[in-house]
Design a protein around this ligand. Structure first.
Ligand SMILES: [Zn+2]
Ligand SMILES: [Zn+2]
Length: 482
């Protein structure tokens, strides 16, 4: 470790990593640039926005058998929110990055870039590229602005510094091509990780986060719409993209300083089967409906999707269509090939056949989401099927994601949410009344025939069955399909 004196205030500024060229003075926020034989003050670095991250400079952990310490971070903002890139120093002197966005973590290290890499503008999300170790599919492409920095960093970065990055996927693997400093880009590769899996220490606990950010991370809290004052339930640090149910104003609440992304207008609320904030008991855990959206295909058919969250499990979606309910979850381990327009794809050795392809447009969205959502958004969907289970690839020019779904019986959904039988189903009521009549008639018939039946096991049995058939058959035939 090398320690220099801050050119601005004289305080000691440590450089733990040899790769670091810049450090932010802890005392006066001067950006200290380390050159061959001198240090320079590049001016004040804007302070990182207080957020709900559990990580902090000083957090340590283990990855791939190697210990690391977090020595710095940059905070980035793009049109859908904010994320942190934590700069890691491994005990053997190597460095790496821990991406931290809405509770999803990816750990990457710098790799050798193979020739034949694509130009940033030429990258098409959903297409495959060989980035040095086999084909990876482009899954995300974005421009982001650095809004603050902390600790030490391996490159010159300041306010307004722009990141140009494209992400790639292959099974559970993840890679980023970083064009921020032009071409050739820098290649970082790794995979999705969890803080528990890396045995992280010196994490900020609930109380520390609450003390600095005013709210607990990952606990359903209430936010007042900045435009009309309506209360919106959201999850600080995890589902912070909020759309007001009353006026559709979009807000980013990933930091305590809530930012209005787009102001909406007052309108009539859409009625959903599951209301925002409804609570369900699923497998002994309590889930809350955080967000709801109505989507529509190009033929005008619409369906509803609900985002559910529990403190113990990952997010999942409940989808309600004319044909019933299904449960869907975003995949971390992608199918092969991970491309949307295939005849079939494989997951865990099982082949899924392509069934439908259609554009899906969000016609209404309300509540909190763990990714960007707004009315008018259109994604292209390709669905695949194996038996009752399905896969879906959803993509735009900027983003591709995969999810997996399985059907859920309507009775099951009703029992999870403690919902009564829907009032509108008159045909069911009629069938029940018909059933009542049939039962009464059957009892009467049995009453009449029971005594003789004991003594004479003859034609009366035939009459009972004939009566049964005559009474119940029309009811079964006429019973509406559930
Ligand atoms: Zn200083
Ligand atoms: Zn509002």
């Amino acid at each position: 470790m090398q320690t220099v004196s801050c050119p601005s205030c004289g305080a000691p500024v440590p450089f733990r990593s040899h790769a670091s060229v810049l450090a932010v003075c802890e005392y006066c926020r001067a950006t200290v640039l380390k050159e061959a034989d001198a240090v320079r003050d590049l001016g004040k670095m804007s302070e990182v926005l207080e957020d709900y991250s559990r990580i902090q400079v000083g957090t340590s952990g283990v990855h791939g058998g190697r210990s690391f310490t977090v020595v710095g971070r940059i905070q980035l903002r793009y049109d859908a929110g904010m994320w942190n890139e934590w700069y890691l120093l491994f005990d053997d002197g190597a460095d790496g990055w821990l991406g931290d966005a809405s509770g999803q973590y990816v750990l990457t290290t710098k790799r050798e870039l193979a020739p034949g890499f694509p130009a940033f503008d030429a990258i098409q999300v959903t297409r495959q590229y060989d980035i040095g170790f086999g084909p990876y599919v482009a899954s995300d492409k974005r421009l982001a602005k650095c809004t603050g920095g902390q600790g030490e960093l391996p490159f010159r970065v300041g306010e307004g510094w722009e990141a140009r990055v494209a992400d790639f996927r292959r099974g559970p693997s993840f890679a980023t091509l970083d064009y921020s400093d032009g071409t050739p880009p820098l290649l970082y590769a790794g995979n999705a990780v969890s803080l528990e899996g890396m045995k992280c220490q010196l994490l900020r606990d609930d109380e520390q986060i609450k003390a600095s950010a005013g709210k607990y991370r990952g606990k359903v809290d209430v936010l007042q719409c900045r435009s009309c004052g309506t209360s919106i339930r959201y999850l600080p640090g995890l589902a912070a993209n909020c759309v007001c149910p009353a006026c559709s104003t979009r807000m980013d609440a990933s930091s305590p300083k809530v930012e209005v992304l787009l102001k909406g207008e007052e309108h009539e609320r859409v009625q959903f089967t599951l209301a925002l904030g409804s609570v369900a008991k699923i497998g002994g855990q309590t889930y809350t409906v955080l967000g709801a959206m109505r989507r529509q295909d190009d033929e005008g058919e619409s369906w509803d999707e609900y985002l559910l969250y529990s403190t113990q499990g990952p997010f999942f979606w409940l989808v309600e269509t004319n044909e019933g309910w299904s449960r869907s979850q975003v995949m971390d381990d992608w199918p092969t090939p991970p491309l949307p327009a295939m005849h079939a794809v494989q997951v865990d050795g099982v082949s899924y056949e392509r069934t439908w392809e259609y554009p899906a447009r969000v016609s209404y969205a309300a509540g909190a989401f763990n990714w960007r959502v707004k009315a008018g958004d259109v994604v292209q969907v390709t669905e695949y099927e194996h038996g009752q289970n399905g896969l879906a690839a959803e993509y735009t020019v900027d983003e591709l994601s995969w999810s997996r779904s399985s059907p859920v019986a309507e009775d099951q959904v009703r029992s999870w949410f403690g919902l009564a039988e829907p009032a509108g189903r008159k045909s069911d009521k009629k069938a029940l009344t018909q059933g009542d009549i049939a039962w009464r008639a059957l009892l009467w018939l049995l009453g009449l025939n029971f005594i003789p039946l004991i003594f004479n096991f003859g034609p009366s049995l035939f009459f009972i069955f004939a009566g049964l058939l005559a009474l119940f058959l029309p009811m079964f035939l006429g019973h509406p399909k559930q």
